[in-house]
Structures are given as structure tokens and as C-alpha cells.
Design a protein around this ligand. Structure first.
Ligand code: UD1
Ligand code: CA
Length: 458
């Protein structure tokens, strides 16, 4: 689609409107930082270079953009100065630079198509801006066209006259510019405007003043929304969730109530998996085929094999690795545990830091006691083990294959293969003792109530 170009992503802004201690581009959409969404959309276009402009002292942003190059904008004086900061990296690049704001996380590779199409139509244009039509241009820069249809200038919302504000064709912040012209123009930007910033958008007027021609292309506003506030972040999240649900359904997944299921950008769901209402997938989840996940499950960092049944009301935490046909029932929590095929833990159990062999059955209310308050320990449960109801397996402990744990046991020692372990007090039964106790209590109460009551206080 795209001819050769370099990508420049602007991510050094202060993000003031987010009112956050965290850099704006590290806020997440579907479990992935905004900036990673942008990089992910640009990568398939195969830019010759990809560089991100970041603010000083933001090692976490630099780490999030790797392996893309980053360049530091020393002073956040606006989008124009952000581009100028990239001169050290891209100043000698002879071709087009694709500029994208790091806060536009809904872009996909298709978003840029109209821009590259316009470049083919207008090989001489100095800059081509990807615009969008909005009924209310809101905070976006207005695209002011010349009579010949070329782009005359961009006016930022804060600097608009009433007439300009009414323009419904606005800048998405995405543009394609010839690198030598771009770096020449941004070096000439002033900051005589409402925000006292060097606006990148002012390069259009500057270019025109030099007799250069700028153009526009038209993109899809649903893909170009910028995230400047928490409110816009929530809106973008809703759009992203809809996209992810749609893609999952397209690939053969059933959602009973799609609008109640929350996915992450990296959630993988196999064909013919059925997801009930109110299921939340956190990052790092991979689900096999034909899996059934009824309502109200919370699943993060887990791998689930084919034909497993999870929930309702199950919680799978990071490191839960479930083989095929595992059954995890209501109020069961699994963390950092490998469950071999056919394992069943159907009610009220906790499996943490454990390995459970094929076909083992974990009874209701059974718990791996993996933590002594200081360190975590592992529990190994062999193939075909039967753990009776309400047992505590105090780690580190190993239950050999085929062993049985009697209900209500507290198991502190290893159990050999095929053994039966009982770790509880022996039951005593006293015939008639309950009846005798009740009779005694009733007699005591009758004696107490028969005593004359003392009236009033003395
Ligand atoms: C910008 C555009 C506006 C456009 C809109 C599209 C300008 C002056 N305005 O406005 O025309 O309609 O995007 O979403 O360009 N940044 C830096 N360094 C800075 C300032 C900003 O790297 O000094 C980065 C930000 O991190 C952000 C991007 O540039 O990713 C855009 O900055 P932002 O302040 O969000 O600009 P808008 O007001 O949205
Ligand atoms: Ca913005």
C-alpha cells in the first residue's frame, strides 16, 4: 500500500487533560498502552524507520516503544517542536515522513490508506494532511481549503474565528510530509497563538507562503479519535472492545451477550468457544477450541486447552495452564498452576503454585496452602489423585499418583502413590447424647424462669 517512508510518532506531550501521574501514551486500551496500539498499526506498513518523540526522563515510555527508536524532546513546546526534535534521527531522510500522534490509538493499517492514495495522486505536494469530517469539530484543528481545493492552512480550535470554528473538515493529526521540507518548516515556527505553542499545523500556512502546495485526504473519524481526557479514553475503550468482540465472532467464537464481555488486544479465543455474559479477559489469555466459559469469569494470563469448561464464577490468574478438557467450576481460583488434561476442580477451591496430574479430582473447598507468610511453596498432585472435600494441602507437599485424600484432611507430609491419607481427628459418636443435652438445657431454662422476679430497682 505505502511507498517507502519513515514513521514519526509524537508522544512527548504533557497530557495535562488526563490529570495523571502516568504519561498519557502509557494509559491502556484493551490492556495495551495507547502508544503500542499506534505502533502496531504502523508496523504492517513497513516503514523504513520508526521513531517516537518522548519527553525527558520517561524510561518507561522508551521501554514501551522498543524496538522503535526514540528521540527526546527537551522542552514540550508543542507538536512543531516535537517534530523538530526528531531532526537528529530523520533529518537526512530523503523521502516522506508519516507523522502520527501517539494518542490516537484507534488507528489501523487501513486508516492510512487514503493518505498514501493521495500521495500517489499528488506526488509534488509538500504535506498531505489526513482530515476527517465531524459534525462538531470540537478541539480539532480546522482544515481551511483554498479555492483550488488545496490545503491553505490549519487553524487550531483555540485560535478559530466563529466562521472557522464552523468548518466541519478537521485535522486528525496524521500527515505525510517530505522530510527535507518538513524539517526546514518546523525550524521556522513561531508560537504567537492562544496556547503559546509551536503548532506543527502552522507548517501548512508557512509552506503555502513559500509557494509549496499542501493537500488533504479524508479518513474515517472512528479510527482517528484522539485521547486527551479520561472521558475520551473510556470512549476509545468502548470502540476498541466492540472491534475486538466483532473480530472474535468473525473468527468463530460465540458470545451470548457480546456487550458484557471485555477482551484484551492479545486475547486469543479458539473456534466454537462459547463465552457467556459478563466474562472479563485480562492480558495474556489464550483459549483453545470448543471451550465453554459460562457467565461471570475473570481470566488473566491463563492458557486453556480445547473443550475445557470454565466457570460460571471462576477466576484464572497468571500462570494458570489448563490442558484439554479441564473443568473449573464456581468459586475456584487457579494461579501459577499446570493442570493436566481432564482435571476437575468444580467447586470452591484454590490451586496455587501447583502441578496437577491427568484426571485428578480436586474436591469442593480444597486448598493448596502455598504461602507460609514469607515464601511460596509448590504442591504436586499426581495423576488420578482424588482430593476429598475441604482438604488443605500444606506446601511443599507431593501427593503420589492414584492416592486419595480423605475429606477434611490437613495434609502436611508427602503421600505415596495409591495410598489413602487421612489427616483429621477421628470421629466419636455418643448415642442419645444430643437428646439428653436438649432435655438438660430445657430443664435449666424452666428453673430459671420459675423464680419470682424482683420488681423495680432498690
Ligand atoms: C493536535 C493538533 C490538532 C489535531 C489534533 C488531532 C497541533 C497543534 N494540533 O491537537 O490540529 O486536530 O492533534 O488529534 O498539532 N506532543 C509532543 N510534544 C509536544 C506537544 C504534543 O510530542 O510538545 C504530542 C502529544 O504527546 C500527542 C500529540 O503530540 O501525542 C498531539 O498533541 P496534543 O497536545 O494532544 O494535540 P491536540 O490538542 O490534540
Ligand atoms: Ca491529542
Amino acid at each position: 500500500m505505502a511507498a517507502s517512508f519513515a514513521a514519526l510518532i509524537l508522544a512527548a506531550g504533557k497530557g495535562t487533560r488526563m490529570r495523571s501521574a502516568r504519561p498519557k501514551v502509557l494509559h491502556e486500551l484493551a490492556g495495551k498502552p495507547l502508544i503500542a496500539h499506534v505502533l502496531g498499526a504502523v508496523a504492517p506498513l513497513k516503514p523504513q524507520h520508526t521513531a517516537v518523540v518522548i519527553a525527558p526522563n520517561q524510561n518507561d515510555v522508551a521501554a514501551a516503544v522498543a524496538p522503535a527508536d526514540f528521540v527526546i524532546q527537551r522542552q514540550q513546546r508543542g507538536t512543531g517542536s516535537a517534530v523538530a526534535a526528531a531532526k537528529s534521527l530523520l533529518g537526512r531522510y530523503p523521502g516522506d515522513i508519516l507523522i502520527v500522534a501517539g494518542d490516537a490509538p484507534l488507528v489501523t493499517r487501513e486508516t492510512f490508506k487514503p493518505l498514501f492514495d493521495a500521495r500517489r495522486r499528488h506526488p509534488d505536494a509538500a504535506v498531505i494532511v489526513l482530515g476527517m469530517r465531524l459534525s462538531d469539530g470540537g478541539p480539532y484543528g480546522r482544515l481551511i481549503l483554498a479555492d483550488d481545493g488545496s490545503l491553505a492552512r490549519i487553524v487550531e480550535a483555540a485560535d478559530c474565528s466563529d466562521e472557522e470554528r464552523a468548518v466541519d473538515f478537521v485535522s486528525s493529526g496524521v500527515m505525510l510530509a517530505k522530510a527535507p521540507v518538513l524539517f526546514d518548516l518546523v525550524a521556522q515556527l513561531g508560537a504567537h497563538n492562544a496556547q503559546g505553542e509551536q503548532y506543527l499545523t502552522d507548517i501548512i500556512g508557512l509552506a503555502r507562503g513559500k509557494g509549496l502546495v499542501c493537500r488533504t485526504a479524508e479518513g474515517d473519524p472512528a479510527q482517528l479519535l484522539g485521547v486527551n481526557s479520561r472521558d475520551e479514553l473510556a470512549y476509545a475503550e468502548a470502540v476498541m472492545q466492540q472491534r475486538l468482540r466483532y473480530a472474535a465472532m468473525e473468527s468463530g467464537v460465540t458470545f451470548t451477550a457480546p456487550e458484557t464481555v471485555f477482551l484484551c488486544a492479545d486475547t486469543k479465543l479458539g473456534r466454537d468457544t462459547i463465552v457467556g455474559p459478563f466474562v472479563v479477559f485480562g492480558p495474556g489469555v489464550k483459549v483453545g477450541e470448543g471451550v465453554s466459559i459460562p457467565a461471570f469469569c475473570h481470566i488473566v494470563g491463563a492458557t486453556i486447552g480445547d473443550h475445557a469448561i470454565i466457570g460460571p464464577f471462576a477466576r484464572l490468574r497468571p500462570g494458570a495452564q489448563l490442558a484439554d478438557e479441564v473443568h473449573i467450576g464456581n468459586f475456584v481460583e487457579v494461579k501459577n498452576s499446570r493442570l493436566a488434561s481432564g482435571v476437575k476442580a468444580n467447586h470452591l477451591a484454590y490451586l496455587g503454585d501447583s502441578a496437577v496430574g491427568e484426571g485428578a479430582n480436586i474436591g469442593a473447598g480444597s486448598i493448596t496452602c502455598n504461602y507460609d507468610g514469607i515464601e511460596k511453596f509448590r504442591t504436586n498432585i499426581g495423576k488420578g489423585v482424588f482430593v476429598g472435600t475441604n482438604s488443605s494441602l500444606v506446601a511443599p507437599v507431593t501427593i503420589g499418583p492414584g492416592a486419595m485424600i480423605a475429606a477434611g484432611s490437613v495434609i502436611t507430609d508427602n503421600v505415596p502413590a495409591d495410598a489413602l491419607a487421612l489427616g483429621r481427628a477421628r470421629q466419636r459418636t455418643k448415642p442419645g447424647a444430643a437428646k439428653a443435652w436438649r432435655a438438660k438445657r430445657k430443664a435449666e431454662i424452666a428453673t430459671r424462669d420459675a423464680k419470682p422476679q424482683t420488681k423495680g430497682r432498690r
